[in-house]
Design a protein around this ligand. Sequence first.
Ligand SMILES: NC(=O)c1ccc[n+]([C@@H]2O[C@H](COP(=O)([O-])OP(=O)(O)OC[C@H]3O[C@@H](n4cnc5c(N)ncnc54)[C@H](O)[C@@H]3O)[C@@H](O)[C@H]2O)c1
Length: 439
Amino acid sequence: MPSDQNVRIAPAEGKLGVLIPGTGAVTTTFIAGLEAFKRDLGKPIGSLTQLGTVRLGKRTEGRSPAIKDFVPLANMSDLEIGCWDIYEDNAYDAAVKAGVLEMGLLDQVKEPMSAIRPMKAVFDQNFVKKINGPNIKSGGTKMDYAEMVMDDIRQFQKRTGVARTTMIWCGSTEVFHEAAKVHATLKDFECGLHHDDPEISPSQIYAYAALKSGVSYANGAPHLTCDTPALLELARDMNLPVSGKDYKSGQTFMKTLIAPGLKSRLLGLNGWFSTNILGNRDGEVLDDPGSFRSKEVTKSSALEHILQGDLYPDLYKEFYHKVRIEYYPPRGDAKEGWDNIDIFGWLGYPMQIKINFLCRDSILAAPLVLDIVLFMDLAQRAGMRGIQEWLSFYFKGPMHAPEVYPEHDIFIQLMKLKNTLRWMRGEELITHLGLEYYD
Ligand SMILES: NC(=O)c1ccc[n+]([C@@H]2O[C@H](COP(=O)([O-])OP(=O)(O)OC[C@H]3O[C@@H](n4cnc5c(N)ncnc54)[C@H](O)[C@@H]3O)[C@@H](O)[C@H]2O)c1
């Protein structure tokens, strides 16, 4: 039986505010889901927090509670959503335009979704090239914009009466930038905000405003945002959790399922070619080479880290890895991904695997948004601060401490997540040794 709770976790009392920059396909599919569940119009398929269990103790004990009964999570019905976007469409209109969900469902949740109107966005076309819209803040320095977002957060909290708040980025992918001098320390960053440093992106302004307001921050896109010393310093100072980057929903999810399997059987890899077609607004933004480069980086790193060519030079030293995304409007959100995997076995004999994943981007991403916000809130109530590596399970480019490599293997990630929950509750960690059954 549990020794005791390892960590003091404040109860999940009151409502949880979820603030989302970006009111596009993923956000509106997430919100429509929350409203649909309240009306019993569907189930939160794909959500570990809602449908997952966690085994405790020995296999003979038969203890496998639901995760949501094991750790104190906010209820889905206690979430209050606030959003920003560069377009003025309310969440219902944005969902209709995104074209992910059928009108039959959307019309049943029209009233609450129409009431969610995006706040004016912090936007800079140097960071997202392919779109522009009227609903943006203007007339200030980057520090002024951060203060405007802090004001938005205060107004939202006052209006909704939420007890706690978390922020999660579901906005467009910003163009690829490495951390610059302005990201070295919090002092440099604040100075850069005052002086409109061109290396500070809109997502970093939201993240700064969130952390300054005592709000945790998760990044669903591949760009840097909090993955810089300056914002990590702020998260630590404020005792706040951060996590990211880039939801692991479609092709990379498949990749991190298959690659550990090949490695487990010591099958070699000559090459892995991945391509996608998608036609939603995300696809349009990613049609810009700068935004695509951000994606390419998070999409490309998984294989190298899982296969560990240095440890297995005969199998994985030289493989060729290519990732492509093609914008193809007729498909909308119904993405199609192809993977051609050239592997080799005994005596080097070649074989091939083909994957054709006909998926729905936002249907896969929405449950990840739900889980991330509930776990980020849990982490904050448990006093956990800085990078939440145990949430790597959800991300294509997991944030990690500088001295370790990122863990991409989805099975290790899941074990890490569940062991973190066990650890929080003072339960024995599961090693899968199991010798005791044969004593
Ligand atoms: N499966 C998935 O759908 C998936 C997987 C991994 C990552 N992502 C990432 O999640 C994000 C959202 O995806 P989506 O399909 O909903 O895209 P989307 O284009 O439908 O929505 C993004 C919204 O963000 C808005 N936006 C852009 N810049 C903004 C800013 N500075 N402030 C506020 N709003 C801003 C856009 O106007 C747009 O409405 C993208 O970055 C995408 O790359 C999605």
